[in-house]
Design a protein around this ligand. Structure first.
Ligand code: SF4
Length: 328
């Protein structure tokens, strides 16, 4: 079944595996991290058990979402190997891995491409002024370092998801500048699948003392993003962070067409439970929108995959539950 109709909104039936919550950065809005050494790493056998359970469910995407071990830490190689092994395991069990593990070296990205159908990294905001505020103690948030990741993903032909974090001290012009940078890179490499527009939503752990990004502003940002971004990039919004049915519909009306990975828990925003599929359908229906599942790789990128990954993706596409995706 093709789902390319313009009245379709997609989502990815997903499950998030967190190899480790430890992170050497300290972004002040973070509700995810623990200090290095303070939380045990996820073992392969524990993940194996989880994945066995998931095989009985409708889950396709395994999102590997990790805190970062410092590139010069003696633990870096073991950290990277654990992520690689988890992806390999998920793939062997029939799932499609998508990794977002923060800043990676070119060699690490090249390795992970072998066991991921797509990868991701939020650009967040490019303005350097955040290095004096929310990113004062977050070396991975240097704008040029994050832009470099998007360039490497393009050079390596990795289908990529990126996005903006809204409401962390940027101006509107800063947002447009970040969107323009994504647009420029996509025009060069044609590798960006989706841009997430994620409103800052305060949580229990963060020290950043600022209100939530006003959801009433989100449709305007989406409409402007739709103007800036090339039409083959889908705009994604996290529905659990737009806590009002009418504003969620307004976001779709403004141009958002994807609701991201829906899993039991939002690891990045644990204070905001995911809205599950049936409820989302009921919210969208009055607006005339249909909700449809998608894979973590869009069909136009299938030819970038290795033989093994292509076979795994084909298996899911042949099931007929996942079709082409809306882009506008
Ligand atoms: S937001 Fe990401 S990079 Fe920043 S501290 Fe949290 S886990 Fe680390």
């Amino acid at each position: 079944m093709a789902i390319s109709d313009s009245d379709t909104v997609s989502y990815s039936p997903a499950y998030t595996i967190v190899p480790t919550y430890e992170c050497f950065n300290r972004c002040t809005y973070c509700n995810f991290r623990t200090a290095p050494g303070e939380s045990p790493w996820m073992t392969l056998s524990a993940v194996n058990k989880i994945l066995q359970q998931l095989q009985k469910q409708k889950v396709c995407e395994i999102l590997i979402l990790s805190g970062e071990v410092h590139p010069r830490s003696p633990k870096r190689q073991a950290w990277f190997q654990r992520i690689y092994d988890l992806c390999e395991l998920a793939l062997a069990m029939g799932f499609l891995p998508h990794t977002n593990a923060g800043i990676l070296s070119l060699a690490e990205m090249r390795q992970l491409k072998k066991v991921n159908v797509s990868m991701g990294l939020m650009l967040e905001q490019l303005t350097p002024k955040l290095l004096n505020t929310v990113h004062r103690h977050a070396p991975s948030k240097l704008p040029e370092v994050r832009l470099q990741q998007l360039i490497w993903a393009g050079e390596l032909q990795i289908p990529f998801t990126t996005g903006l974090l809204l409401g962390i001290g940027e101006t509107q012009d800063d947002c447009w500048e970040t969107l323009n940078a994504i647009s420029d890179l996509h025009k060069r490499y044609h590798h960006i699948q989706e841009v997430i527009l994620q409103p800052h939503s305060p949580g229990h752990q963060q020290s950043f003392n600022a209100p939530a990004f006003d959801p009433e502003q989100l449709p305007e940002v989406i409409a402007k993003a739709r103007q800036i971004l090339p039409p083959d990039i889908t705009i994604q919004i996290p529905p659990n962070l737009v806590n009002d049915d009418q504003w969620l519909l307004a976001c779709i009306q403004a141009g958002a067409r994807d609701l991201g990975g829906i899993s039991p828990r939002d690891e990045v925003n644990p204070d905001y439970p995911h809205i599950q599929e049936q409820t989302l359908k009921e919210i969208l229906q009055p607006g005339g929108w249909k909700l449809a599942p998608r894979l973590p790789i869009y069909p136009q990128f299938d030819h970038w995959l290795t033989h093994d990954l292509k076979t795994a993706v084909k298996h899911w596409r042949d099931e007929g539950l996942y079709g082409d995706y809306p882009t506008r």
